[in-house]
Design a protein around this ligand. Structure first.
Ligand SMILES: [Zn+2]
Length: 364
């Protein structure tokens, strides 16, 4: 329950909530209070409508419809998302409201189905917002229009300290079978086209009310920032590499990295789906000058079966130990793991003194 907003309160609340609005001349004194002898208020909620027309301002503000003298709402939300403030007093928009629904609005509880046996006069106690739309199920509420719609309802709720449950639709309160508001909405925030429902409007008002009044819903898809995993592995000790045999490098030491991208004590250094780039630094002893060690990456599946070999990189023996840095860059499919393999093409066994792998891996 609240006293109806004064013009100053309307202006301040709408401005704070980012509602674009214009003031129709005379709106601050327009209303049906004098004509009916019933003062508007106290107010208990806001009732949402669609106009079922085009360019409805004159009808709502000045002409009315047969049996219903104007004004027909407190505000008209135009298709361009601008609200025209029409009246500050009692207006002819709600008609009879099922009492059980009205009581739920007052208590801010979920709205029951209308019990038509008892009604209250909604025009005494509810603000009315008419949203311009033909109401034929084809006319689309534009994004700007729906954005203002949410803001307007939130502004009223915030002003009076109400929750989103104080916002209702004519179709929820009417005992005469009113169908409004309804129709397709072009989109809101990150949401694409959807069909208007009061449940969705209330959810969007609720979201607004959880923020400051100057909040705006994010409108673009944010690209998540993917931080690569840093994989840095080495050998616990040197090992012998026999001639003529492809041998996995068993990375046994975890130097500085994060979990889950690979297995410990395993030749696997990255699991798919992932992209990775980096290198493995190798040091060999006993590799004769001019002799060759081949290095390649190989893909395995989850059962440990070799699925694919990648191109060979050749390391040629030099005097006084042999050093090589081999680049590692690949995209790895889901269910695949990657190993570094070595083939000693010399006649004698050699020693792999160290193998240090440094890779940045992006999970996909
Ligand atoms: Zn209506």
């Amino acid at each position: 329950m609240a006293n109806p907003a004064t013009p100053a309160q309307w202006r301040a609340a709408l401005r704070a909530e980012g509602v674009p609005f214009i003031e129709l001349e005379g709106w601050t004194t327009r209303g049906r209070d004098a004509a009916t002898g019933k003062a508007f208020g106290p107010v208990h909620g806001i009732l949402n409508h669609h106009t079922a027309g085009v360019d409805s301002l004159a009808v709502i503000a000045y002409r009315g419809v047969p049996g219903l003298p104007p004004p027909l709402a407190h505000g008209l939300l135009r298709k361009d998302g601008v609200v025209v403030l029409v009246a500050d007093g009692r207006t002819n928009h709600a008609g009879p409201v099922a009492e059980n629904v009205f009581n739920a609005i007052v208590a801010e509880k979920p709205l029951p189905k209308q019990d038509k046996s008892k009604t209250v006069d909604g025009n005494d106690v509810l603000y009315g917002l008419e949203v311009e739309n033909r109401g034929d199920g084809e006319d689309v509420y534009k994004r700007a229009q729906y954005d203002t719609w949410v803001r307007f309802n939130a502004a009223v709720c915030r002003l009076h300290g109400w929750t989103e449950r104080s916002a209702a639709g004519h179709l929820e309160t009417s005992v005469e079978g009113k169908p409004d508001p309804s129709g397709p909405v072009a989109g809101y925030g990150r949401r694409g086209r959807f069909l208007f429902t009061m449940a969705q409007l209330r959810a969007d008002v609720r979201e607004r009310l959880a923020h400051q009044a100057n909040w705006s819903p994010p409108t673009t898809q944010e690209t998540p920032t993917v931080t690569p995993e840093y994989v840095n592995l080495g050998l616990a000790r040197s090992f012998q590499l026999a001639p003529d045999l492809w041998d996995d490098v068993e990375f046994t030491t975890e130097w500085n990295d994060e979990p889950d991208g690979h297995a410990l004590n395993s030749p696997t250094f990255v699991r798919g789906a992932a992209r990775f780039t980096g290198s493995v630094s190798l040091r060999f002893e006993g590799l004769d000058v001019g002799e060759v060690v081949q290095v390649r990456m190989s893909e395995y599946d989850d059962t440990g079966a070799l699925k694919q070999d990648h191109p060979i990189h050749e390391v040629i023996g030099t005097p006084g130990g042999t050093f090589a840095v081999v680049p590692l860059t690949k995209r790895l499919a889901a269910g695949r793991s990657m190993r570094v393999r070595l083939l000693n093409q010399g006649a004698e066994g050699i020693e792999v003194v160290s193998a240090i792998l440094t890779v940045l891996a992006w999970g996909e």
